[in-house]
Design a protein around this ligand. Structure first.
Ligand code: EPZ
Length: 419
């Protein structure tokens, strides 16, 4: 079993370049099933990225990593099925569905399991793809998808601006006949990054001023070269670590505009910020103040993925902070582990009240999910004594070399393997 050992209360100082965005590279890797030979730069070393590359290999693509670059050459095993163990390894594998159907006119995928955040329904994905002409039927836990007459463009109003559903439609619509308009589309920066890659491969995607995404189908796409945007959630996480532990850290290579809903929270908590278009410097000034209310929303609102890291900092504030999680059903799994470290947090449904305490203490704790695990690591950086954090495979899904990055800014953090 792998775990992190963190001895808290080191002041964090220095500069940290931010790795490429997990939630950008995953849909782009799926989209390579529809394009030609591609080179993707700034790809983070993450287990979710490895899982996506494994799916591409299973489907016949040749995938090779050279440092932070992933080279993909599409192939064809004739298999358009993603087996259950692959689907279960990465919940967001559903984003491959649109690409597989767009490429082969059929797909067979196992129903994705739930995950730590609660049930992860895919009804919006399926309803949208059916509007494009995909016939879907459930078959013993698998989804059998066929488009006997190919995909045809249409207007697709999403009941909720689902990131994954938007990505699935954008990818599938690229080579559909006619124009597709996605209404109430997600507006996360990762969607723009996916569109930029696809347009570089000959797609015709544009976002209207009202946020609707228009995709004019083209006969085929060619290969392309693309640099993945930086991971705004990783940046928010390292800033939260600095706020929690105290210090002066600059994250670089990240588009500060993508953090526009997060940075005001740090200012409200009493941190001093210096912001440039591609960097953010955060300096704490004494004990944090509470943040009155953090309500997670689709972009450009406060990102749900940054909720738990920020909560870790709020645990040490001089007062009560309120969090309202509007995106996922159960995204407070980190709270019992934070309580083991001395945090005082009340959870009632979607609302969490964080009553700040003057100190946290190290403990034996475990990761509950990706961002919850990062939150517990942030709390451990502020805690007195040593924390052992188990089940860090959750963290390895979305943070490249977390402990190395933390050491780089002065933390006492190391990875250990238990027999
Ligand atoms: C993406 O997940 C991200 N994952 C998530 O990041 C992120 O939290 C989420 O978007 C919101 O920003 C990737 O990009 C790989 P949604 P996704 O579809 O696409 C419900 C992380 O930590 N819903 O926007 O699954 C759903 O249950 C991960 O990096 C349906 O009801 O998010 C959730 O409550 C976690 N039916 C809400 O919508 C559907 O068909 C938002 O989901 C699809 C979603």
């Amino acid at each position: 079993m792998k775990y992190l050992v963190i001895r808290g209360q080191n002041r964090l100082e220095g500069t940290l370049p931010i790795h490429g965005a997990k939630n950008s590279v995953l849909p782009i890797l799926a989209a390579t099933l529809l394009t030609g030979e591609s080179a993707l730069h700034n790809c983070p070393r993450l287990s979710d990225v490895d899982a996506a590359c494994g799916i591409l290999g299973h489907l016949g693509s040749q995938v090779r990593r050279e440092g932070a670059c992933i080279l993909v050459r599409p192939g064809n095993t004739g298999d358009c099925c993603i087996p259950e163990e692959m689907m279960r390894r990465m919940r967001s594998s559903i984003v491959f569905l649109g690409a597989i159907v767009g490429r082969w006119g059929r797909a067979r995928i196992s129903l994705p399991g739930g995950c730590e955040l609660g049930p992860r329904p895919i009804d919006l994905h399926l309803a949208a793809l059916e509007k494009l002409g995909v016939q879907i039927r459930e078959d013993h836990g698998y989804l059998d998808c066929r488009a006997p007459e190919g995909l045809r463009g249409t207007v697709i109003p999403l009941p909720f601006p689902s990131v994954g559903a938007t990505e699935n439609v954008v990818i599938a619509a690229c080579t559909a006949r006619g124009e597709t308009v996605v209404k109430n589309a997600a507006r996360e920066p990762e969607i723009d990054d996916l569109a930029a890659y696809l347009n570089g491969c000959g797609a015709r995607i544009r976002t209207a001023p009202n946020g609707d995404i228009h995709i004019q189908g083209v006969p085929a796409l060619h290969g392309g070269e693309h640099r993945v945007i930086a991971d705004r959630i990783a940046a928010a996480t390292y800033l939260s670590c600095t706020a929690a532990a105290g210090g002066d850290v600059t994250v670089t290579g990240v588009c500060s505009e993508h953090l526009s809903a997060v940075l005001p929270c740090f200012e409200e908590m009493g941190c001093r910020l210096w912001v440039t278009p591609d960097s953010v410097r955060l300096q704490t000034q004494g004990r944090l103040r509470p943040v009155r209310s953090v309500r997670t929303l689709p972009y450009p609102g406060f990102p749900t993925d940054a909720q738990s890291p920020l909560m870790a900092a709020a645990c040490l504030a001089d007062g009560t902070s309120m969090f309202v999680e509007n995106i996922f059903e159960s995204r407070y799994k980190q709270v019992p582990e934070l309580r083991r470290m001395g945090a005082d947090v009340e959870v009632e449904g979607r609302v969490a009240l964080v009553h700040g305490v003057s100190r946290l203490h190290g403990a034996a704790v475990r990761c509950t999910d990706l961002r919850g695990g990062a939150a517990i690591a942030a709390a451990a950086l502020a805690a007195e004594g040593e924390t052992t954090l188990a089940q860090i495979e959750h963290i390895d899904r979305g943070y490249e070399a977390l402990e190395e990055n933390l050491r780089r800014i002065g933390a006492d953090a190391r990875r250990e393997e238990a027999p």
